[in-house]
Design a protein around this ligand. Structure first.
Ligand code: ATP
Length: 303
């Protein structure tokens, strides 16, 4: 069994009378990329900041790298790296100077050029930070979090505001971190990001974990629907197939029995020489499952 990087049990946090975290249990294996997902205000930041040692919990037990983060031990802080959404790195330093500055705070830091290479900024090594693009600055933020050679890295929405190619670049960087054996705890609002990167995800809603597991596992356990689409043919579809017509003139079938429906549909099309132009069959995504679970949890709360 893999060693545990994070173990949380019965975590509660209240702000005055507001209970922001309401009994969270969480286990993250060493070397995993773990994504914490959830709507705005669900309690992700509160949970993560308790794990980082930046917020006190109201109750529950928390062990991160065999430390209680609530104790604020320097030996704990040396083993974690934190990449916030906005970092205050001095903008007139060069990339190499900034990384070197942060290395100085740790007893066993990584080499400057090693860090810069991991985050993919080698060709910007001597560039001033003010001249970096938003995506490159975000990479530098990760470099700063990585400078002390942490075992565990907290990444808060690492690709918010990125263009698609910068996002792919950042994903590569996160895979790099994993291949170095780092544990990564990631928060993100992008479900495709969680699906692409995470070994496991937890969905938190209104302070409680409502689902947890590998992304593929969540896709299988949820009541998921496959979508079949094709350009609306001029011939009438068999009456047994119910569909809706989209604004763009496609037939869209949502079904939990895609094999049977496809069999009926394609059999009918071949028999009647109908061309099902643009036919596509889409698996449910993590986003579909996420929305389904969060909505069900909100509905349950209202009742
Ligand atoms: P987002 O996705 O918007 O960042 P989140 O899941 O990180 O949201 P939290 O920031 O943990 O959510 O907030 C959880 C709840 O606790 C929210 O209702 C928020 O208003 C409340 N909250 C957070 N910080 C404080 C604070 N310092 N004082 C009072 N209430 C707070």
């Amino acid at each position: 069994m893999a060693a545990k990087a994070i173990e949380v049990s019965g975590l509660h946090k209240s702000y005055g009378s507001h209970e922001a975290v309401r009994g969270v249990d969480l286990v993250v294996d060493e070397g995993d990329v773990f994504a914490l997902l959830g709507p705005n205000g669900a309690g992700k930041t509160t949970t993560v900041e308790i794990l980082e040692g930046h917020r006190h919990r109201s109750s529950g037990t928390v062990s991160v790298l065999d430390h209680d983060p609530g104790k604020g031990e320097p030996t704990y802080k040396q083993r974690i790296g934190i990449v916030l959404q906005e970092t205050g790195v001095e903008r007139y330093l060069t990339v190499a100077e900034a990384v070197d500055l942060y290395r100085g705070y740790y007893p066993n830091p990584l080499g400057v050029d090693e860090v810069i290479e991991i985050v993919g900024l080698t060709d910007k090594r001597d560039e001033r930070i003010v001249k970096l693009s938003g995506g490159q600055q975000r990479r530098l933020d990760v470099a700063v979090g990585l400078a002390g050679d942490p075992d565990l890295l907290f990444l808060d929405e690492p690709t918010t505001g990125f263009d698609p190619s910068a996002r792919r670049g950042a994903w590569e960087m996160i895979r790099n971190l994993k291949s170095l054996g780092k544990t990564v705890l990631l928060t993100t609002h992008y479900m495709d990001e969680a699906q692409a990167l995470a070994d496991r995800v937890a969905i938190i809603a209104a302070g409680k974990i409502i689902a947890e597991g590998p992304p593929d596992g969540l896709l299988q356990t949820a009541d998921t629907i496959t979508t079949i689409r094709f350009v609306k043919p001029s011939a009438e579809l068999p009456p047994a197939i119910s569909y809706r017509t989209t604004e763009t003139g496609f037939c869209e079938i949502s079904t939990s029995e895609p094999v049977a429906i496809l069999n009926e549909l394609t059999g009918w099309a071949i028999q009647n020489s109908v061309d099902l132009a643009g036919l596509s069959v889409a698996r449910p995504t993590l986003e579909d499952v996420y929305l389904q679970l969060v909505r069900a949890s909100e509905k349950g709360k209202d009742q």
